[in-house]
Ligand binder design. Structure first.
Ligand code: UD1
Ligand code: MG
Length: 468
């Protein structure tokens, strides 16, 4: 379906008072993205002629999120309500015939649902088509008042409900399709008749319906899609749902997950078939996992790339720019950053590697640390292939270790170790025969002077003990 006659309008100027935050509501994050980014991305496939985002609070920051996605912005200052926000965007909508209007705080709506709403609007020759939802708890939302099975007479906001209307459990999602030649005259008639003295877009519905124009409401198949984020609890709920959808998508693509509800995965993460993700794992940023990887419990991976057959964790921390080649292994309590681990190389325990390049089949012993930072600058560590780094070694960067070299355990390596050599950088061991035994005797003598005289002191004490 072509949408060259359709403009998309996202209302994102509000502060979000109920969140009690310094950050504008639409910049809050759920499911790994800001709310407004979710919405603008979901609108992308509609291929509308224009996507206009109405900005106000922290307008520059909101623009910085949506403009790279191809949207234009228009400033609403001050924010006099959702109806006012739509009026502000009148000129940028250009010559569109229809507008799909969405709030910036309801990020769960799917592209398919928007398409269905637009189709219903076109097919019904309507002035307005509202996406509604039937919910168990409608509190906080505007209610849909119907005059017949198909036609809507009004949307009534929570604060203006009669007792009878309060029972209605069909709510307004604040997602609508409008025919603009009907919307503009209706909005011109809306008055700020509410305690906030705002122009409500919802009031335009009663105006249109009153004129005998067709106003439809289409009920969303999944009512969760219309959840708006007005409170922190709403944000947590929306985050939970987005995370669940992401996990399900990966499982559909052939990934095994243990206790999936404990696993947190950002939207841009990809993973290949037969990869296994254990409980309590976090995969963040643009992380890419190959096929047959194993990410063990408690591991945290940010902006990293694991090739096929890589094993991570338990409890590994892979920071930005970690790359593990085919069959590589990072074990427990290992931290990596901006590091390439070669094919089949192992960093099995208790290690920090930063700004390093580790060759194929190299083994990095427990407790190895790359000292990559001198307080001013970061420096590289380059380790060749087939190298053995003994446990508890300190590699002071910049430093290089050649192919197939050995580093003796406990070394502090500050200079180049040539290929096939042994690098030892530690104090030579000295043994002092009998030293420990002599020390023990001296300590014992200092603690217990004249053991025999003490024994004789005990006797008179016993004699003087009173009898019952
Ligand atoms: C709105 C609807 C309500 C619906 C609910 C669904 C109105 C009057 N009410 O209520 O019927 O059930 O959404 O989530 O529309 N905004 C602006 N400029 C403004 C005011 C708001 O851009 O002057 C933006 C906000 O940033 C937000 C969106 O419009 O993204 C909706 O505003 P919000 O205050 O969240 O409206 P609700 O009270 O949720
Ligand atoms: Mg809202």
């Amino acid at each position: 379906m072509s949408n060259h006659d359709l403009a998309v309008m996202v209302l994102a100027a509000g502060k979000g008072t109920r969140l009690k935050s310094n950050l504008a509501k639409v910049l809050h994050r759920a499911g790994g993205r800001t709310l407004v980014e979710h919405i603008v991305r979901s609108c992308g496939p509609l291929k509308a002629r224009e996507t206009v985002v109405v900005v106000g609070h922290q307008a520059e920051q909101v623009a910085a999120v949506v403009e790279p996605l191809g949207a234009t912005t228009v400033l609403q200052q001050p924010q006099n309500g959702t109806g006012h926000a739509v009026l502000v965007a009148k000129r940028p909508l250009g010559r569109a015939k229809f507008a799909l209007v969405l709030p910036g705080d309801a990020p769960l709506v799917r592209t398919e649902t928007m398409k269905a709403l637009i189709a219903a609007h076109r097919n019904g020759n309507a002035a307005a088509t509202i996406l509604s939802a039937v919910v168990a708890d409608p509190s906080g939302y505007g209610r849909i008042v119907r005059k017949s099975e198909t036609a809507v007479s009004a949307i009534v906001e929570e604060s203006q409900l009669t007792d009878e209307q309060r029972e209605i459990n069909e709510i307004n999602s604040a997602i609508y399709c409008f025919t603009l030649e009907n919307l503009w005259p209706a909005l011109a008639q809306v008055k700020p008749n509410n305690k906030h003295r705002e122009l409500y877009l919802t009031d335009a519905i009663a105006v249109m319906s009153g004129k005998g124009e067709t106003v439809l409401a289409q009920v969303a198949a999944d009512s969760r899609e219309v959840l708006g984020c007005n409170t922190r609890a709403d944000l947590a709920e929306v985050d939970r749902i987005l995370r669940e959808w992401k996990r399900n998508a990966l499982m559909d693509a052939g990934v095994t997950m243990q206790l999936p509800e404990t696993v947190l995965i950002d939207p841009d993460v990809t993973a290949g078939e037969d990869t296994v993700i254990e409980a309590g794992v976090q995969l963040l940023g643009k992380t890419k996992l190959g096929a047959r990887c194993s990410v063990k419990t408690g591991s945290w991976v940010m902006e990293s790339r694991l090739e096929d057959g890589v094993t991570i964790g338990p409890f590994a921390r892979l920071r930005t720019g970690t790359q593990v080649k085919r069959g590589g292994r990072i074990g427990n309590f290992v931290e990596t950053k901006n590091t390439i681990i070669g094919e089949g190389a192992k960093v099995p325990h208790l290690t920090y590697v930063g700004d390093a390049k580790i060759g194929a089949k190299t083994n990095v012993g427990a407790g190895t640390i790359t000292c990559n930072y001198d307080g001013f600058q970061k420096h590289p560590t380059t380790i060749g292939k087939g190298v053995f780094i003994g446990s508890d070694s300190v590699l002071v960067a910049p430093v290089r270790i050649g192919d197939h070299a050995y580093v003796a355990a406990g070394s502090t390596i500050t200079e180049y170790v040539p290929a096939d050599s042994l690098g030892i950088g530690r104090g030579r061991q000295v043994n002092k025969p009998g030293w420990a035994a002599k020390k023990r005797r001296e300590l014992a003598a200092a603690q217990h002077p004249q053991k025999s005289s003490r024994r004789s002191e005990r006797k008179p004490r016993r004699k003087t003990r009173p009898r019952k």
